[in-house]
Design a protein around this ligand. Structure first.
Ligand code: SF4
Ligand code: SF4
Length: 234
């Protein structure tokens, strides 16, 4: 293993200050239990214990600049097994959030931006969404459930149904499985014409502002429509 080189002039102590109260990282005993169960331990020379030690020793910028926090699966196994209650999940999420947005790997932040701008990850317009939801309902009515209608924007419905936007975009037939569950359960439900996205990539990118913005928009819509329960079908 490579020797850790301590840095006296840590460039950004704000990160450690930010995560310290939430993560309890100063309680770490260096026992290694977290590293023992981590599925990506030693990937590119990093593991959760090493990550904690680097932050504790003022090397947070090296952690933020490395790709390791993005290779973490966010399974939270490390957090659950830690005898001192160190919240590694919180630290890793914040490390992702500390990356400049344009330097996030892959398309994941672009997906979060789409969600914020269009209400769903796939940039479907309200009209596109409604058209696909109704198209699949019509097929279901013709082929399997006579009289079936998809309730769009039904005010006061018990269940506010959310949808993974990959379904209307790439796998519309899978919408029928969701319709069938609600139909079989004989519950009062609806799909809203907007803010129906059932995933939130901003959570994975550490973009807390977009995560909160999109969730608040969805919750506002639930309240506007007078629905009682959000149903995450993802
Ligand atoms: S399991 Fe907890 S106490 Fe042990 S090394 Fe990991 S973070 Fe530190
Ligand atoms: S949350 Fe990340 S660091 Fe923790 S065990 Fe899972 S993959 Fe490893």
């Amino acid at each position: 293993m490579e020797t850790i080189r301590l840095r006296k002039d840590s460039p950004d102590l704000k990160f450690r200050d930010l995560v310290l109260p939430l993560s309890k990282l100063n309680l770490c005993l260096t026992c290694g239990t977290c590293a023992g169960g981590c599925p990506v331990s030693d990937w590119e020379g990093m593991d959760p214990r090493k990550l904690i030690r680097m932050i504790a020793l003022g090397m947070e910028q090296e952690v933020i600049d490395s790709d390791w926090p993005w290779q973490c699966t966010e399974c939270q196994r490390c957090t659950w097994v830690c005898p001192m209650g160190v919240n590694l999940g919180q630290i890793i999420k914040n490390a992702r959030g500390a990356r400049p947005r344009e330097e996030c790997p892959g398309e994941i932040q672009k997906t979060a931006d789409n969600h914020r701008e269009m209400g769903n990850n796939m940039r479907l317009t309200i009209e596109d969404g409604i058209e696909t939801f109704e198209w699949m309902a019509e097929e279901l009515e013709d082929e399997q459930i006579p009289g079936f209608k998809v309730p769009i924007d039904k005010e006061g419905a018990e269940f506010y149904c959310t949808i993974n936007s990959k379904l209307p975009q790439y796998y519309p037939g899978d919408l029928q499985s969701i319709y069938k569950v609600f139909h079989a359960a004989k519950v009062d439900w609806t799909i809203p014409s907007q803010w129906w996205e059932g995933t939130n990539y901003a959570m994975f990118t550490g973009d807390f502002d977009t995560w909160e913005y999109t969730l608040r928009k969805q919750v506002d819509r639930v309240h506007e429509m007078g629905c009682k329960t959000m149903a995450y079908t993802e």
